[in-house]
Design a protein. Structure first.
Length: 218
């Protein structure tokens, strides 16, 4: 009877070599995966980058315009006031708009318009529940009105707060009012511009003073 052929040792070595090869491949893959995971863990996240970008834009306006003109109309369609500015910088978070060389014109159908100008201005949005904006004018503020007879009233002050919808203005800074009748100085002012009524403030050491023009006594 013939003996069965012995299993060739070459086949056994081949299988062993195959297993060993696969083991090395798995080990290499595990090391590579561990290295990638380590790099991912050590790589800085997006937080600092986002913070840096945010800090870079901090203080920048949300929008910017040049040569802007804003017109506000009444319910009947008549023009209430017009606000022009060389440039406008709006900051949404603070609800304010910075103005450069603003010119505010308040109009009334029954009276000559009032015109206000300054080197700088700030337009503030009304708080919740309020419907009135305020315009703070600063540096070389001029308020003037020219009547139908071409006589001019001119007021100068370092700062003036204006409520355009009510055509009301106020300041606690020194004011100088020049008119055809003379010059008046005061330490503050409240003015209902719609009625043309100006109320001057004084202090114990600085009373309201008026110097009349000599022509008034002729």
């Amino acid at each position: 009877m013939s003996q069965p052929d012995a299993v060739s040792p070459v086949g056994a070595d081949s299988n062993r070599t195959s297993r060993v090869g696969r083991g090395w491949i798995m080990l290499v893959l595990l090391l590579v995966a561990a290295g990638i995971a380590l790099l991912v863990l050590e790589r800085p996240g997006p937080g600092p980058l986002t913070t840096t970008l945010t800090a870079g834009f901090e203080g920048e306006p949300d929008f910017y315009m040049e040569g802007a003109v804003v017109s506000q109309y009444r319910a009947d369609g008549t023009l209430e006031y017009r606000l022009a500015s060389d440039d406008v910088r709006h900051f949404e978070r603070e609800a304010i708009t910075r103005l450069s060389q603003p010119v505010l014109t308040l109009l009334d159908s029954d009276r000559p318009p009032w015109q206000l100008s300054a080197a700088h201005g700030t337009l503030r949005r009304p708080p919740a529940g309020a419907d009135e904006e305020t315009v703070l004018l600063q540096e070389n503020v001029i308020l003037e009105q020219t009547g139908a007879d071409q006589q001019r009233l001119r007021l100068t002050t370092p700062a003036l707060t204006v409520y355009p919808r009510r055509q009301y203005a106020e300041t606690d800074h020194d004011v100088i009012i020049d008119s055809p009748y003379g010059r008046t100085t005061a330490t503050g002012l409240e003015g209902d511009l719609q009625l043309g009524l100006l109320t001057f403030h004084s202090s114990a050491i600085e009373p309201v003073q008026t110097v009349l023009e000599p022509a008034q006594f002729k």
